[in-house]
Design a protein around this ligand. Structure first.
Ligand code: TYD
Ligand code: MG
Length: 459
């Protein structure tokens, strides 16, 4: 019998399904993201509502009845990965590692079995041949005896093999290459990705095997990006940073078993990814060089505090309209800060080009970096280097006031640990402890900051 197929349209950004083409996805509001795919017509297999029989699948439980013992977790023998996952990978969970091609997803996931002796791992690879995986493993070093490589892309086979071998962990590299026979569309299409992920989710939940999926995203987050999967999986870890530099950031953007807003830093070396346990070291590279346009900010990201270097370049606009560009920082916020400097402190920056860069390819959203941003801009504008033993933590308000930021004690402690002598903070916050006793310079607004920082230093 010929199986009937029908066309449906999927949004490649959010996975929303629609019976007809639309210019704009009604679910996520993105334009031009609907793609046509052929799927098997459901027809006879749909269960009629009168056949519904309550009580056959699962029964009602009161909250008190439900078992509340902690999920059991498997440690991955990597301090950073375990922390990101909230203390090891939870049994029966589905974890997505997403990132641009070439950023290190395969390397990271292959390192897990190599670093965990005795962890039986099934590594299903559709991207690379078994031999390529072997060559990579040889380069990474470690004990590969517990790692079973399975070069297969049919998801039914992968699931059958997982049930047969009962591994402690399964890795699927990548979700874009696997496909299921029940769908007509090609591997990598939205319907295939959604269906394969649901099948792997069922495997994980039924068997208790944790499954790590690898998913590619393109720069535009386009065609069947893992965005489609985010609501199906339990944990999403996303690689950030540009893959030309050595440093890679892995951020947890969803975690049903731990905190999000956690991040870990890795360095790509000749022998795979190395954990960077002290990110401040890479984030303040030019520290102490006496250059203008550099200010160090004490920031928080997730549960970590570290210092990051903010670099600015201010120059006379070469063309009519001044340019403003920012890497790793919201350019609208930069414009706002420049407007504050112009209006509240009288600096004529409206005729200048301003370029801003956060060290290490990090994307910063902590408002505490405002103070370092304006100091870097002013430092470049006056061509006056900020002393290397000073750092900053404060939010800048629209009226030019410096506002207090959260967890200032942790920022101060991190600054002290890295040998900074003083930190500029808001005059309004309360500081409960400063065990290292570094200098705390309180500033109320932008003019008083300039008086303290630039006048005092010039003397
Ligand atoms: P890979 O893990 O294959 O990326 P992805 O799976 O995300 O596409 O990593 C690819 C890059 O990492 C590649 O450009 C080579 C580099 N690399 C190293 O620098 N050192 C190593 O030890 C390994 C294994 C890869
Ligand atoms: Mg890969």
């Amino acid at each position: 019998m010929v199986q009937k197929t029908k066309s449906v349209w999927f949004c490649s950004s959010c996975g929303n399904e629609s019976p007809k083409w639309m210019g704009r996805c009604p679910a996520c509001g993105e334009w031009n993201t609907m793609v046509e795919e052929k799927v098997a017509a459901k027809g006879a297999s749909v269960r009629k509502s009168d056949e519904f029989s309550p009580g056959t699948s699962s029964r009602l439980l009161s909250l008190a009845e439900i078992d509340s013992t902690e999920e059991s977790r498997i440690t991955l023998n990597s301090a950073e990965m375990d922390r990101l996952l909230g203390g090891g990978i939870v049994e029966g969970s589905l974890v997505l590692i997403a990132g641009e091609p070439g950023i290190g997803k395969s390397t990271l996931s292959l390192q897990i079995p190599l670093h965990c002796q005795g962890l039986k791992t099934l590594y299903a690879t559709g991207e690379e041949s078994a031999k390529q995986v072997k060559l990579r493993a040889a380069r990474l070093g470690g004990d590969g005896s517990g790692c079973l490589i399975y070069s297969e892309t049919l998801v039914e086979n992968i699931i059958a093999e997982a049930k047969r071998t009962e591994p402690d962990l399964m890795i699927v590299d990548s979700i874009q290459t696997v496909y299921t026979q029940t769908m007509e569309s090609s591997p990598g299409s939205v319907s295939q990705i959604k269906e394969c992920t649901s099948m792997l989710l069922r495997l994980a939940k039924d068997s208790g095997i944790p499954v790590i999926l690898i998913g590619h995203i393109t720069k535009e987050g386009s065609i069947a990006g893992p965005k489609v999967l985010e609501h199906i999986v339990d944990v999403v870890l996303q690689f950030e940073g540009d893959n030309t530099g050595a440093y890679r950031l892995l951020r947890s953007i969803k975690n049903r078993f731990g905190s999000t807003a956690e991040m870990a830093v890795f360095e790509m070396t000749g022998k795979g990814l190395r954990e960077v346990s002290n990110p401040s070291e890479m984030l303040i590279p030019m520290h102490g060089q006496g250059l203008s346009g550099i200010a160090v900010s004490a920031m928080l990201d997730g549960s970590r505090s570290f210092l990051i270097e903010v670099q600015a370049l201010v120059s006379s606009a070469a063309y009519g309209t001044p340019q403003r560009s920012a890497t790793g920082f919201d350019v609208r916020r930069l414009n706002m800060l420049l407007a504050v400097l112009e209006k509240r402190a009288g600096f004529r920056l409206g005729v200048k080009d301003v370029f801003l860069n956060m060290a290490g390819g990090l994307r910063v959203s902590d408002p505490a970096c405002d103070l370092a941003v304006i100091c870097a801009v002013l430092s470049s504008n006056f061509d006056f280097a900020i002393p290397s033993d000073v750092c900053f933590a404060g939010e800048v308000g629209l009226s030019g006031e410096i506002r207090p930021v959260s967890q200032i004690e942790r920022r101060i402690a991190e600054a002290a640990r890295l040998g900074f002598k003083s930190i500029y903070v808001s005059a309004f916050g309360v500081i409960n402890s400063n065990p290292a006793g570094i200098g705390i310079i309180r500033v109320a607004d932008v003019p008083s900051l300039c008086r303290k920082l630039f006048r005092e230093e010039k003397r």
